[in-house]
Design a protein around this ligand. Structure first.
Ligand SMILES: [Zn+2]
Length: 83
């Protein structure tokens, strides 16, 4: 799988908080605590990672990140149906 190594590396240096499956896309979304800034890729204190596609996006507020966990089609490029 293309993103397996990328994701494995990310998980090694980050703090996973919660994993959930998005009903709309069927993909697994991981909430990551990035308040220490160890993950530079997406920016933001709280990051969401689409486990299937490697899509990554960050928010400053935990509440915002959590509210987008259920709708990766709004931030993961592949879930959006582009590629
Ligand atoms: Zn995705």
């Amino acid at each position: 799988m293309l993103y397996a190594q990328l994701i494995a590396d990310m998980l090694k240096k980050s703090k996973p908080v919660k994993l959930s499956k998005a009903r709309s896309t069927g993909t697994h979304i991981l909430l990551i605590d990035n308040r220490d800034g160890s993950l530079e890729e997406g920016g933001g204190a709280w990051q969401l990672l689409c486990m299937e596609h490697g899509g990554l996006v960050g928010w400053d507020l935990n509440a915002n990140a959590r509210s987008f966990m259920a709708e990766p089609e709004t931030w993961c490029p592949v879930c959006q149906g582009g590629e």
